[in-house]
Every structure is written in structure tokens, then in C-alpha cells.
Ligand binder design. Structure first.
Ligand SMILES: Cc1ncc(COP(=O)(O)O)c(C=O)c1O
Length: 333
């Protein structure tokens, strides 16, 4: 049994795990979907599970404001902006974006939630993110506030608790459905969800392969990033975890980088087709930045016979619906 660090109750859990009947029939393998797109309405997706731990840590340190970062359409930033409003914390978002994008999708929700948005061109953001975060934190300190800085996607040793804890919930799902999945598949964007699920599966003693479908960087990059988050977790929680903390060094990290396509937040036509197909076939809406790419990749892997021994595969739907709206033209609407 695991001991957990401080945690807030923010996500609507347990989320359902459903068998996608028509997709499964077509592929000849059971595809189950863990509906973490249903952790809330505007507070939906994987980030809410991570932020239960990250924001608990911020509050336990007596912080009254949050600085975090991401792309203009970051789901993590949107969830943080709304949770900040819910908890009475000021939120400053450091966002990466070239254009004066109209407030759409997640960005619109950031503004509605009252977050302060600081937007920087891609090159400046990429070259000087630590400085930009520190500047934002410094301006909060100058107002007499105590800021807490959350890294991209809340992917660090604290945030990964969200998906370590989620494996407890998945274990109950597997028992209820009487399945022993061969694979758990999800989108990997900053690595924390994969780190948590991989560690959690290892700590539960499952033989299940946990595969992250990369949406932006390659296998080598994510192998290192996911391991770094695990080692950060090990260092922070060794006293809480005892010998179990060694899991961070021992577990296997599996990344598939065949489906990145043109790059972060840009997807091939086939991904948009998959999003449209799944919405019509099962009533489930994916997104073009994360889950659409990852689910499309899973379909392609099964169709190509690369998951030949699989009987039950679990796809973790990590949310992201608002990312569809700024890309509406790609669907031809
Ligand atoms: C909808 C959605 N799915 C998946 C991911 C990837 O999760 P992680 O950043 O933990 O790799 C993200 C964020 O990056 C996301 O917003």
C-alpha cells in the first residue's frame, strides 16, 4: 500500500473506464478508454490529477500565487488558471506564442479565469524560459506575494503523484472488468503522466507495458525526461516511500515516437480524420495536440500488427477538448 503526500480533492474521480465496442470490433482487440477527459468540465483532463498534489504542496508552503507556463493553448495553464480562481490564488501564465492569437479555446478560458497572461515569441520563450518564470515570480514578490512556480505540465516529482495515484483507480477498474491489460497507452507531452503511470504500474506489480505516444519530441528526449521526473520524485519522497523509491531507477520507460507528425500542436490530416471518426463512432471527442495523435498512433500500431499479442489495451484519454476549437478549419468547418 502506498502512502501519499498532501493532496487536494479537485478532480471528479473515479472516472469511468469504458470498452469502445465498435472500435474493438473493428480492430479485433478490446480497446478500453479511461475517461480522464471527464475529471471535470472546464477543469477536465490529466492536469487536474497532477494539480491535486502540486497545489497542495504550494498551499503547504504558504504560497498565495502561482506562476506556470506552456503553449498559448496549454490545457495545463487553463486548468491552473481555473483552479487558482477556485482556491483564491493569483495565477500568472508565461505563454509561448508567436501571433496575437484571438482568445479562443483554452486561452479564452485563461482570460475568463482572471489569469495574468504574459505572451512571448517562440524563440525568446525557448531560450529564456527560466528567466521569464523568475521575472514573473519576482513581480509577484514585489507585490508582497509568495509565488509558487509550477514547471511545464506540472511534470516533476510532485505532479507525477497524480498518475501514481490513478493506478490505484485503474486497478479497481481492471478487477471490475476482470481484465489484465497487456498495454496502457497515453499521449506524452511533458512526460509526467507517463512517469506516474509507469511508476504506479511497477509499484502495483503489473506486467502491463505502459507506452507513451510522443506528441512533440523523440524517444530519446522522453526517455530522459520521464526518468528525470521519476528521479526527482525519488529524491523528494525517499523518506515517505522507503525502499519502494528505488522503482524510479528500475522501471522500464517505453516511448513510441512514430506519430509526432509535423510537430507540437500540428497534426496530419489523418489525425483529424481519426478525431472525427471516433466522435461519430463512439461519441468520444479527442484533440489534435495530444489525444488525437496518440489514439491515431494506437490504431495504426494495432492495424500494422505491432500489438499482435494484445487482448485488452487501455487508452488513457487525458482530455484537451478545447484544443479543437482554434483548429476548427482543419476539420473543414
Ligand atoms: C490533453 C493532454 N493530454 C496529454 C498531455 C500530456 O501529458 P504530460 O504533459 O503529462 O506528458 C497533455 C499535456 O501535456 C494534455 O494537455
Amino acid at each position: 500500500m502506498l502512502s501519499f503526500p498532501p493532496r487536494l480533492n479537485l478532480a471528479q474521480t473515479p472516472t469511468p473506464m469504458q470498452r469502445l465496442a465498435r472500435v474493438s470490433d473493428e480492430l479485433g482487440v478490446n480497446i478500453w478508454m479511461k475517461r480522464d477527459d471527464l475529471t471535470g468540465c472546464t477543469l477536465s483532463g490529466n492536469k487536474v490529477r497532477k494539480l491535486e498534489f502540486t497545489l497542495a504542496e504550494a498551499l503547504s508552503q504558504g504560497c498565495d500565487s502561482i506562476v506556470t507556463c506552456g503553449g498559448l493553448q496549454s490545457n495545463h495553464c487553463r486548468a491552473t488558471a481555473l483552479l487558482g480562481a477556485q482556491l483564491g490564488l493569483k495565477v500568472v501564465l508565461v505563454l509561448r506564442g508567436e501571433t496575437e492569437e484571438a482568445a479562443d479555446g483554452n486561452l479564452l478560458l485563461d482570460y475568463l479565469a482572471g489569469a495574468e497572461v504574459r505572451q512571448y515569441p517562440v524563440r525568446q520563450f525557448t531560450q529564456s524560459l527560466p528567466d521569464l518564470l523568475e521575472q514573473a515570480a519576482e513581480s509577484l514578490r514585489a507585490e508582497g506575494r509568495k509565488p509558487f512556480v509550477i514547471p511545464t505540465g506540472a511534470s516533476d516529482g510532485i505532479g507525477i503523484w497524480g498518475y501514481i495515484a490513478a493506478t490505484k483507480e485503474l486497478g479497481a477498474d481492471f478487477s471490475r472488468e476482470r481484465i489484465v491489460p497487456s498495454h496502457i497507452v497515453m499521449a506524452t507531452g511533458s512526460g509526467g503522466t507517463q512517469a506516474g503511470l509507469t511508476l504506479g504500474a511497477y509499484l502495483q506489480g503489473w506486467k502491463t507495458q505502459v507506452i507513451g505516444m510522443a506528441v512533440c519530441d523523440d524517444e530519446h528526449y522522453f526517455q530522459q525526461k520521464v526518468r528525470a521526473d521519476m528521479l526527482d520524485w525519488q529524491q523528494r519522497y525517499e523518506s515517505l516511500m522507503g525502499g519502494k523509491a528505488k522503482a524510479a531507477e528500475d522501471c522500464n520507460i517505453l516511448v513510441n515516437d512514430r506519430y509526432i507528425g509535423p510537430g507540437y500542436a500540428r497534426a496530419d490530416k489523418a489525425v483529424f480524420e481519426t478525431i472525427r471518426w471516433l466522435a461519430r463512432t463512439e461519441g468520444v471527442v479527442l484533440d489534435p495536440v495530444y489525444t488525437g495523435k496518440a489514439f491515431h498512433g494506437l490504431l495504426e500500431e494495432v492495424r500494422a500488427g505491432r500489438m499482435a499479442d494484445a487482448k485488452d489495451i487501455v487508452f488513457v484519454h487525458t482530455g484537451g477538448v478545447f484544443g479543437n476549437f482554434p483548429q476548427r478549419e482543419e476539420f473543414g468547418f
